[in-house]
Design a protein around this ligand. Structure first.
Ligand code: GUN
Length: 311
């Protein structure tokens, strides 16, 4: 499934997967395509983000998303709504964005305040503009193998795996996470690659016995609050020669230094999954834009443009 012309040597050194380098190559391809299509259609792709309330982590992540858009020529605009915004006010904004022909991607940063129902909000986003891949239609598409608008972090993970130059079919992946943002969409993306998938979570008994079976171990627990906290995934929990993907941020779950000498590949934190997540969001905005432009302008044939990296 690796459609980018890259070899694992380009971004893997000494068993470490350089997510930052791979993300840079993806951004370059996205930027070229954005420039070409902007010239063709006369308007650039545009992402609108919405944050409700003041969550410092959300503010930081969204700032990074806007900065990344700017670097590749994607226009972006952010709504910072007060904590006491009602669900109806938020729904009205989404409906307005859904119908705005100059807006191609809508991203409502999660979590939302408790008085707003996340599922209602996500379901209200036009699926063609749902660049997070969280809406019911995009999740349904993923069930049937369609990865075009799927969640950015899981897509970033499988894109790294796709470019390792190893045969993934038949491998056993263990995911330590069952969230709607990471674990659940990742199950589908891994199954699409004929990988056997086990999902572990907070009620799993004897976790080390399960993680030791993994050819691919993906951990997204994020329990460590400082660099001094104990690692969640220690070297004795990992099989020799496994591939380890650490999704936790800003402090990784995995004992990177101890694992580096026994694994086939491992992602660092920072510089692993994080930059890939942002690159996949940019790719999703481009995909949503080319799909919408092709539909409104049937004379162009750019609809195929959205399948840039994922077959
Ligand atoms: N909060 C944490 N990760 C994400 C993400 O990928 N998308 C959105 N919308 N909110 C998040």
């Amino acid at each position: 499934m690796a459609l980018l012309d890259l070899k694992s040597e380009d971004y893997c050194e000494d068993h470490v997967i350089n997510g930052k380098a791979l993300a840079k190559k993806i951004r370059k391809v996205v930027a070229m395509e954005v420039a070409r299509l902007t010239e063709l259609h006369g308007i650039p792709p545009k992402l609108v983000t919405v944050i409700v309330g003041y969550n410092p982590a959300s503010q930081m992540y969204v700032r990074m998303k806007h900065k990344a858009c700017k670097r590749v020529g994607i226009a972006s605009e952010g709504y910072n709504l007060p904590e006491d915004t009602s669900q109806d006010e938020l729904l009205n904004l989404i409906r307005r964005l859904n119908y705005d022909p100059n807006v191609h991607g809508i991203l409502v940063q999660l979590p939302l305040p408790k008085h707003i129902d996340e599922e209602t909000i996500i379901s209200a986003i036009n699926p063609d503009k749902d660049v997070d891949g969280f809406s019911p239609r995009n999740i349904y598409r993923l069930f049937y193998g369609g990865e075009m608008l799927s969640a950015a972090t899981p897509q970033g993970i499988v894109t790294m795996l796709d470019h390792l130059g190893v045969e993934l079919a038949g491998m056993h992946a263990v995911i330590v996470n069952r969230s709607t943002i990471v674990g659940k969409p990742l199950i589908m993306l891994l199954l699409n690659r004929d990988i056997t998938v086990t999902v572990a979570h907070s009620h799993t008994k004897d976790l080390p016995a399960i993680t030791r079976q993994a050819d691919i171990l993906i951990s997204a627990v994020g329990r460590r609050k400082s660099a001094d906290d104990p690692y969640f995934i220690t070297a004795d929990m990992v099989k020799d020669g496994a591939i380890v993907i650490d999704v936790a941020s800003p402090f990784g779950d995995c004992d990177f230094d101890a694992l580096k000498c026994k694994v086939l590949f491992i992602t660092p934190v920072p510089g692993g999954v994080g930059p890939m997540t942002i690159a996949m969001l940019l790719k999703n905005v481009l995909a949503a834009y080319s799909f919408q432009m092709a539909r409104t302008n049937i004379l162009t044939s750019d609809a195929i443009g959205y399948g840039l990296f994922v077959s």
